[in-house]
Design a protein around this ligand. Structure first.
Ligand code: MOS
Length: 752
């Protein structure tokens, strides 16, 4: 496959395209979920358990109930039925915490909701929630950070279905490891991390009879509707979920959390709309986190660097009830060529809230471990880490025996090396200096799955020359409004400023979840099919409307391009604008709908479909004051055709910034006394900010991957984070001589 040519003159695809929703955002017109206001709106604030393990014996609500403006204090006895949800077909029934709120009196994690205060104002509700007293039977919480896998069967249930704990195997990895001339056996630890989108989780619930409307901060309105319909025993047609703008989610808003049924149940009881906005502290407790992982990696290699054995055995912590799976072994079986391999996982239950997908779930901590091992092996063998990787580049996906649809990882390494200036690296620790600072250089590779979720869309051509494109997907800040407009413009030739985009509403055709970096790749075929269908209707109108210049021609003789209908034999020069034809026919609009099936989860794929990439990192180190900074990053991504390079670069840069946080800052700490995530605020849980961010030089290879969709576009939301942390820890070693294998790297680690 050759690289994409220059885009055609009229196509917006492949061009830097400013966000079409940008003006609404910067002018304050964009309505985020909590911005919607309704007459008679009530405010709800949950009461959080202050223990992490035990039982709620008594709830004293008397004081709270008498407080001014308080409408109700809901709890197990008076909230009314909230049912469990189960898997549905496709992405219809996914939920990270299945236990409906208040279902029993057992407390399994700190911050579990035990009651809900509802009042006329947020302040009154908060005061009332604070006045509710719980009496508990306490047991010591288990938030131990050293993990030993629980006794589990060989096949365990996970949030997405059953999974074999022996995840992948070929050859005889034990034997090959035992006889390998060079061996590495290390354990890598990543901490629990908490999603910190700027916008907290929000639900506003409104009932009209047996119809429930939810204004929700959601990355997946369609699944959200399915789950909430089950929780309230409703047909899903009775539930509507609306999410116009999302202040990001990082995975924490993929699936519904317990605040949503609470708000809906309160609104049902009180007969008024109820809004519930989580506090930042609650965000650390009850809406997911990336689990703590502990990963043993054993690598055997020949003395010239050819891998002969790779074993990756990982354990992660999990909540008491929900089997969220942190799939650290996802990329291990195919990232490099190795004849003998084994990947296994285990789980260790802890008194923590349910785990959840967090940007690059599984693969990001997994690649941290395996890419760190590759870097250590390179140092052990005194081989350049880029060369070691290129030496072990596979010809096909060795775990499945199928070719990659489009893999240009070696070219990423080569371009990254060149842009970074890697050839001037001196391998000895502490040997590189600049301006009195010690430099450390490190690199790592990465990958992320590419596939499509099922998607549907509609496209309308209207008599004023505008186009409307709609799909019930979301824009979580990633640029979906713009992508949908670009796709509609590509097919119709109508400029972006004449395209209306509707998304984030289950009243629209069912679109994909904004997750797995798959939303863009999923909507491409659906929007194209919808546009084709609308165009086909238009051509029929052109051929059948009395007085139309194309009357008495067959629709098949007509073509549509750049907003013009014309006879194929005449060519586009003799075209008529579609809006003129529609006015003549007295039509406000012609519409088409289109859908595309999922490729994700296909058990017998012909190709192994992934994006690939690499990061080259420089750190500066001042041993005198123990100051470590990331000073520059070069990133190269092989992510298929890039639909909007402007927002794509932005996404990858965001991933790299988050990677700096993962490597050096982020860490959720659970108090062993009461099990609380104790750094549950943005002062104590530190994320990388602009001051931590060096110049980030992002490049895309732009090879279209036609296995994914007709444009060849793959996803870019998550891969930017993958591989950053191992590149940074390698750079830290190169600068300081300290090998840190437990993230984040702390100043104390470097004071040796
Ligand atoms: Mo991403 S963790 O699938 O939002």
């Amino acid at each position: 496959m050759t690289r994409t040519q220059e885009p055609s003159i009229t196509s917006p695809v492949g061009r830097d395209t400013p966000r079409v929703d940008g003006p609404r955002k910067v002018s304050g017109m964009a309505q985020y979920t909590a911005d919607f206001h309704f007459p008679d709106l009530l405010y709800a604030v949950p009461v959080e358990a202050t223990i992490a393990n035990g039982r709620l014996l008594k709830l004293d609500t008397a004081t709270a109930e008498k407080m001014p403006g308080v409408r109700a204090i809901f709890h197990r006895e008076n909230i009314g039925p909230i049912y469990r949800s189960t898997f549905g077909p496709g992405f219809e029934g996914i939920c990270n915490e299945r236990r409906p709120p208040f279902e029993d009196d057992v407390i399994r994690y700190y911050g579990q909701y035990i009651a809900l205060a509802v009042a006329d104002t947020f302040e009154s509700a908060k005061a009332a929630a604070d006045a509710v007293r719980g009496t508990y039977e306490r047991e010591k919480p288990n938030v131990e950070t050293h993990l030993t896998a629980d006794e589990d069967p060989g096949v365990v249930m996970t949030g997405y279905g059953p999974a074999e704990r022996l995840q992948s195997q070929r050859g005889d990895s034990e034997k090959a490891f035992a006889s390998a001339p060079t061996k590495l056996d290390q354990t890598y630890v990543t901490p629990a991390e908490t999603h910190n989108p700027l916008e907290p989780h929000v639900t506003t619930a409104i009932w009209e009879g047996s119809n429930l409307t939810l204004y929700e901060s959601s990355q997946g309105v369609v699944n959200h509707r399915g789950v909430l319909a089950q929780m309230f025993g409703l047909p899903k047609e009775n539930v509507r979920v609306i999410t116009q703008f999302v202040g990001s989610g990082f995975g924490s808003k993929l699936w519904p959390w317990t605040q949503c049924p609470l708000a809906a149940a309160a609104a049902r009881k009180l007969g008024k709309p109820v809004k519930l906005v989580l506090s930042r502290k609650m965000m650390f407790q009850s809406v997911g986190h990336r689990p703590l992982t502990q990963q043993r990696v054993r690598v055997g290699a020949t003395s010239d660097g050819k891998l002969v054995s790779l074993q990756h055995d990982y354990v992660y912590h999990t909540s008491m009830l929900d089997p969220y799976h942190e799939d650290c072994g996802e990329a291990t079986p195919f990232q490099y060529s190795v004849p003998n391999l084994r990947v296994t996982f285990g789980r260790a239950k802890r008194n923590v809230g349910a785990g959840a997908d967090m940007r690059g779930p599984g693969r990001v901590p997994g690649l941290y471990a395996t890419e760190s091992a590759m870097n250590e092996l390179a140092d052990q063998l005194k081989i350049d880490p880029v060369k070691l990787r290129i030496l072990n580049e596979p010809k096909l996906d060795e775990s499945r025996g199928i070719p990659f649809s489009s893999r240009h990882l070696v070219e990423c390494f080569e371009m990254g090396s060149q842009k970074f200036g890697w050839s001037s690296r001196k391998p000895d620790v502490g040997s590189m200096k600049r301006d009195g600072l010690t430099l450390g250089w490190g690199m790592a590779g990465c990958s992320w799955v590419a596939a499509r979720f099922p998607a549907a869309a509609s496209v309308q051509l209207r008599d004023d020359g505008t186009v409307r494109v709609a799909s019930a997907t979301q824009d979580i800040g990633t640029g979906m409004y713009t992508v949908l407009a670009q796709l509609a413009s590509q097919k119709t030739g109508v400029p972006l400023d004449k395209i209306e985009v509707a998304l984030g509403d289950t009243a629209l055709p069912e679109g994909p979840v904004s997750g797995g970096s798959m939303a863009t790749e999923s909507v491409v075929p659906a929007v194209f099919a919808a546009a084709d269908s609308a165009i086909s209707s238009l051509l029929t109108v052109a051929a059948t409307t009395p007085g139309s210049p194309f009357e008495n021609h067959k629709p098949d003789d007509l073509a549509f391009q750049d907003g013009q209908v014309f006879l194929k034999v005449d060519g586009a020069a003799k075209g008529v604008a579609f809006q003129n034809l529609m006015r003549r026919a007295n039509l406000r609009l012609v519409s088409g709908s289109g859908s595309s099936a999922a490729t994700f989860g296909n058990p017998t794929p012909k190709f192994s479909t992934h994006s690939f990439g690499c990061h080259f990192v420089e750190v500066t180190w001042q041993p005198e004051i123990a100051r470590l900074r990331v000073s520059r990053v070069v990133t190269v991504m092989d992510a298929g055709r890039i639909i909007n390079p402007l927002t794509a670069r932005n996404q990858i840069m965001g991933g790299v910034v988050m990677g700096i946080g993962m490597a050096l800052l982020e860490h959720t700490t659970y108090d062993p006394q009461n099990g609380a995530p104790i750094n549950s605020n943005l002062a104590d849980y530190i994320v990388a900010v602009n001051a931590d961010t060096p110049p980030i030089d992002v490049h895309f290879l732009d090879y279209p991957d036609k296995e994914i969709n007709e444009l060849g576009a793959r996803g870019i939301g998550e891969i930017g984070l993958a591989g950053v942390a191992p590149a940074i820890t390698a750079a830290v070693y190169h600068a300081t001589g300290v090998r840190v294998r437990e993230l984040p790297v702390k100043i104390e680690d470097l004071l040796v």
